[in-house]
Each structure stands twice: as C-alpha cells, then as structure tokens.
Design a protein around this ligand. Structure first.
Ligand SMILES: Cc1cc2nc3c(=O)[nH]c(=O)nc-3n(C[C@H](O)[C@H](O)[C@H](O)COP(=O)(O)OP(=O)(O)OC[C@H]3O[C@@H](n4cnc5c(N)ncnc54)[C@H](O)[C@@H]3O)c2cc1C
Length: 615
C-alpha cells in the first residue's frame, strides 16, 4: 500500500522527533514502529472508539488480519502499562475512584433506599480489564445458545466457545488448587491461572459447599458451571502480574495506531445518516474513517456516543436538544446487571489474610518488596473459590422464587421469557445464584475506617450474586454536553423476584458461614451481624447494601430491531451500514458468569466477521 512503502525513507532521528511530536502534542502513539498509519491528518480505515477490553482485542486482531488497512484506536485515558496499581494483582481495587476510573454513579435507586451505587469503569488503555477483579469463567451452554435463539445466528455456544478459547492461555500451576482438562484454551494472549496455594479461609470453600450438597466441579469452564470450584484469574504466573487486554497488542501489526487522552464526542454521519464518515473529537477535530467506525466505549458509555450522534430514542434526543438522525428506541435500554450482596466475617487472629496489608504498613512494604523480587507475596494473590447453584440446591424448596419470577417477568419481552425458561426449565443447568469465598473485606462501604471498631482486623467475605435478575434499566445522556456523565438507572431491586432472590442469597451465605470447616476460621460476623435474623431485618440489610457485581450490559443489544435491538448479528447499528458496536453493550441477555471472558469472545467473533468482509 502506498502509505506503507513511503515511510521507511524517514531517518530514525526524524522518526523519533515525529513520534515525540505526535505523543506530546497530539496524543497519537504508534503501536510498534511508526508507519504512515499514524500520520495525524490522514484518514484511517477503521476507527475504534475506546481502547478497552473489547476495543483493544478487536483492534489488534484486525490489524494483524488486514495488514494493508490502517487501524486507529482512540482512547480517552492514558497508556497505564507502567502503573503498578494496575499490574500488581494484590493492588486491584486501589484504582477505583482514581484518574483511571470514569466513576459513573447510578441515579438514586428507589428500592435501595435512594442510594446511588458507584460503577467503576476503566479510563485507561485496557479499559475495565485494567481495573477489574481478575475473575475468569464461563456460563452454561444454554445461556449462550439463548443469545442465538433470541434472533442472532452464529452467537450460540458452538461459536462463542471457540472464540472465548482463542483469547486465553491457561497456565497450569502446582499447588493445592486444581483444574481438570476440559474447558480451557491455550496459546491466546490473555494469561489465566489458578492461584497456587489458597489460604485456609479459601481452602474451606470446597468441603463446606460439598457438605451443603454441591458437587465439586473441576471443569467448570466447559459449559457446565454448576457446583463448587476454584476458577482461574487473569494472571501471568511467570511474574505474578495482571493479564489484560493490552496483552493483545503484541499480536498486532505496525498498522495499528493509538490516540491517548483523547475523548470522542460523536460519530460523524453523512446527511442521510446511512454512513459513518469519521469521528469528531472533543476539541472539534474530525478524524475520517475510510471503512468503518466501531464503538467500543463500554456498556455505560457506548449509548452516550450513539445518542450524541443523533442515533436513539426520539424523546431522549429531544430532551437533550439533539437532532435525531436515526430513530432507534433500543439505544441505552435493556440495561441488565448482576445484583450483589455479602456477609463478612472477622478471621481468627492466627489466620493470615490480605487485609493486613491495609493497616500494617511495615508488613505491606515487606510484602511489596517480596513481590518485586519475585518471591511469594500476599500481593500476588488473585484467586477465589466459587459455587454456582440452582435455587433448589440452595433452598430445598424453590417454589416461592419461581412464583415471584413468573410475576416479575415481562412476558412480552423475549429476554425475560428466556430468563424464565432458564430459571424454571427442567435440566436447564443454568445457575440462579453464585456464591464467592473471597479473602479480605469486601463490604459495601469498603474496609472499616481507621478509628472505627472494625479497623485493624482481618476478614473473609462471602459474596452472593443473583444471576438472572428481572430488573431492566437504562442509561441515557444527560443533556447534549459530552462532559456530562450519563444517567445510569439499573432499577436495582425493582421486581419482587430480585428482592426476594437477594434476601435468599444473603441468608444462604450465613448458612455457609455456619457450616464446617469454614465455620472454624472466623470469630464473628461483621456484616450484617448476627442480630439480623427476621425477614424484615434481612430486607432492610439488602436495601441498605445491595451493590453491583460490576456487570452492566445489554444497552446496545444485539436483537431484532422489533425487540429493541440496536445492532444486528454482524454487530452493525441498524440503519448505518458501516457503524458497529463491539463491547458489553451488545450482549442481549445476562449470563451466569463474570462477563469479561464473553466480551473477549465477542471481540474475537467481531474480528472474524469484519475480516471476512474486507480481506
Ligand atoms: C470493578 C470491576 C470489577 C470487575 N471484575 C470482573 C472480573 O473479575 N471478571 C470479569 O469477568 N469481569 C469483571 N468486571 C467486568 C468486566 O471487566 C467489564 O465488563 C469489561 O471489562 C468491559 O469491557 P468493555 O470492552 O465492554 O468496556 P471497557 O473495557 O470499559 O472499555 C471501554 C473503553 O472505552 C473508553 N472510552 C469510553 N468513552 C470513550 C470516548 N468517548 N472516547 C474515547 N474512549 C472512550 C474507555 O476509557 C475504555 O477504555 C468487572 C468490572 C468492574 C467495573
């Protein structure tokens, strides 16, 4: 291609000066060696908005598969690859609320005593995969098949499973936590492993849940996740660092360019609205796209970009004073998320946990030094132990929840009908509740503050999540100013099923806590405390503490347009030929898993679909 052959003539010193200029002045950074694909005033074949989990995976795959095309990633945040709070697993969580976080609170949630609930979202290269809690798992065959059955040929388990496997490289470690054979992939860019030797408070997990009737499941990533198990974390075993979507970059060619610290305002459409011609940056600059614009800004920010571009619901756009170009009522709707609650337990004084790092600064410094030297350290810890259950397994009698689910489901909505099918269908195999044994304090308001009674102690947390809640919310722009945060309204606990499900889940974690051998590691229940006993008390606790499992999705759903869809099965926005969405927004129905594995799988599928069109 013309652009590529001309560049080698630039002498290396000139190249350095050009790169420094591009980096310092324009925020434009080459992926590997510079090529004309990075020259700022040319157009690019593909512009990807957001260098996050999906965006970076897709960009890297496209650049490799289409070497004669220029691929540009525009990322609002910086390149954070030097940031130890990102790459040291034991420092996960320390970036929440920092400059690497968009921090997008919900609007007050009526059923949660009008609390606003914080949503962290990565604003840095790697996006939310740079901030997340490293869990790596998969849902059940039937749930991915449900995506296909909702009107999306090619998006069932048969296609999603190989795409997800392509992403990962499972590293087998020695030690007590083990995984079987089936369900893991090798050779992909994302490194995953089980934590080698879990501490006693986590080792109690499998015997505790098996004595409550669950089966141990050593191959829980193969499409059947029911049971109790350790699951991998996104973790590079050789040097104990986080593995995240930046690990795709070495797979890319030198036709991949980046703009950092650069926020896209909107997509530029032609006058008919049928074609995306480029993107407009916050400073008004137009960057032109020769082939496609791909929105990968995440489930809480991709709808905002579409709406600011005139694509969306008439009333939302009217209220914001934005001229509607394309009527697409589904934009920003169908917001689904996993509901979370937890009970927390103070550990016996002789059990070592990760909370010690929060109040013993001397030990924290020693442990950090050990991590830096590659010696075993509390900072390398990245794992947890999980249980995935049907209500019948957790409660014995699931009739009340089944009845509430039937009342809560909106039967005119195909997504709700699918959820109900999974919940009530005989042998559906899709879990209704997840429980997690997690070392350290993970209460709603964070580790107890210095000066309060809870400070200076160590904890273990039992988390529970409702897998298919029926609340469906929305995220929309708040006026036409692109600086405004979107209005995030997940409508937590807005159905009778969701509330009763979370109450039942919390009670179950108490039951787990009182079961041997786990009951032998703790001295007292910190949250909510054993004086919470009656239904009314549990309900109060739930309304005061319901939280997100951080899995908002579905806001630019891949569904038929008549069902509220925003993108078709090729991830193209209805009505605009060359505009796609590739991120968590397109997932039509929430699944019984932490969702990054699926998001990488979606990026891999998108890369295959787009490559097939342009090769
Ligand atoms: C605290 C937390 C913990 C989590 N833990 C886990 C876990 O352990 N396991 C798991 O499977 N999942 C977890 N998740 C969920 C998972 O990490 C996310 O769902 C996933 O990473 C989202 O990927 P994405 O590609 O949809 O969006 P993102 O990764 O968020 O990417 C979006 C990117 O777009 C950029 N962007 C946005 N707007 C613009 C704009 N206008 N211009 C330019 N760039 C823009 C952002 O800065 C970001 O880099 C967690 C999420 C959170 C918040």
């Amino acid at each position: 291609m013309q652009l590529r052959s001309s560049y080698p003539e630039i002498k290396s010193s000139m190249r350095l000066i050009l790169n420094l200029f591009l980096t310092a002045v324009l925020g434009l950074v080459p992926a590997a060696s510079a090529t004309p694909c990075q020259v700022p005033d040319v157009s690019f074949d593909f512009i990807i908005i957001g260098g996050g989990t999906a965006g970076l995976a897709l960009a890297s795959r496209l650049s490799k598969a289409l070497p004669s095309h220029c691929v540009l990633v525009i990322e609002a945040g910086p390149d954070g690859r030097h940031e130890q709070r990102i790459y040291i697993p034991g420092l996960r969580g320390s970036t929440f609320g920092s400059s690497y976080d968009w921090s997008l609170p919900t609007v007050p949630q009526a059923a949660a005593n009008n609390r606003t609930i914080g949503h962290n979202r990565g604003k840095v290269l790697g996006g939310t995969s740079a901030l997340n809690l490293l869990v790596w798992n998969r849902a059940t065959v039937k749930e991915y098949d449900a995506w296909e059955e909702l009107g999306n040929p090619g998006w069932g388990w048969q296609n999603m499973y190989p795409s997800m496997l392509k992403t990962e490289n499972f590293q087998r470690q020695n030690g007590t936590a083990q995984y079987g054979v089936d369900g893991v992939g090798y050779g992909g860019p994302i490194q995953v492993a089980l934590t080698e030797n879990p501490p006693p408070q986590l080792q109690a997990c499998i015997p505790t849940l098996t004595s409550l009737g669950l089966q141990e499941n050593l191959e829980s990533l193969n499409g059947n996740n029911l049971g109790v198990m350790y699951q991998p974390a996104t973790y590079r075993a050789s040097n104990h660092t986080r593995s995240y979507s930046v690990d795709y970059i070495p797979e890319a060619g030198d036709n991949l360019a980046f703009m950092f610290n650069t926020t896209v305002h909107r997509v530029q459409l032609n006058t008919k609205g049928s074609k995306a011609t480029g993107v407009v940056l916050m400073n008004g600059t137009l960057v032109k796209a020769r082939r496609e614009v791909i929105v990968a800004a995440g489930s809480l920010l991709s709808p905002k970009i579409l709406e600011l571009s005139g694509i969306g619901q008439r009333t939302v756009l009217n209220d914001a004073g934005i001229k509607q170009v394309i009527e697409l009522p589904g934009v920003g709707e169908n917001l689904q998320d996993h509901l979370r609650i937890q009970t927390t337990y103070e550990l016996k004084p002789d059990v070592l946990g990760v909370d010690v790092l929060k109040y013993n600064t001397t030990l924290a410094a020693i442990e950090l030094e050990r991590w830096k030297r590659g010696q075993p350290s509390l900072y390398q810890y990245a794992g947890s132990c999980y249980g995935f259950l049907k209500w019948k397994q957790a409660l014995g009698d699931d009739s009340k929840l089944v009845q509430l689910a039937m009342q809560s489901a909106n039967m005119s909505n195909p997504v709700d009908r699918k959820k109900l099918e999974l919940l009530t269908g005989h042998g559906s195999g899709a879990p209704d509740i997840e429980v997690v044994f997690s070392d350290g304090y993970i209460g709603t308001t964070g580790y107890p503050k210095n000066g309060t009674t809870g400070y200076g102690k160590q904890y273990v947390t039992l988390l529970a999540g409702v897998q298919h809640p029926f609340a469906r919310g929305s995220v929309h722009i708040n006026g036409s100013d692109p600086l405004n945060k979107p209005l995030v309204n997940p409508r937590y606990l807005s159905t009778s099923y969701d509330l009763e499900a979370l109450i039942s889940a919390a009670k179950y974690t108490r039951r787990m806590a009182k079961t041997a051998p786990f009951k032998n590691v703790w001295v007292s229940e910190f949250d909510p405390g054993m004086d919470t006993e009656t239904n009314a008390e549990w309900e109060m606790y739930i309304r005061d503490n319901v939280f997100t499992f951080y899995h908002p999705l579905g806001t630019c759903a891949m569904l038929p347009k008549k069902d509220g869809g925003v993108v078709d099965p090729k991830l193209r926005v209805y009505g605009v030929g060359n505009l796609r969405v590739v991120d968590a927004s397109v997932i039509p129905m929430i699944i019984s898993a932490h969702i990054q594995t699926a998001i990488y799988g979606i990026a891999e599928r998108a890369a295959e679909i787009i490559t097939a069109e342009y090769r």
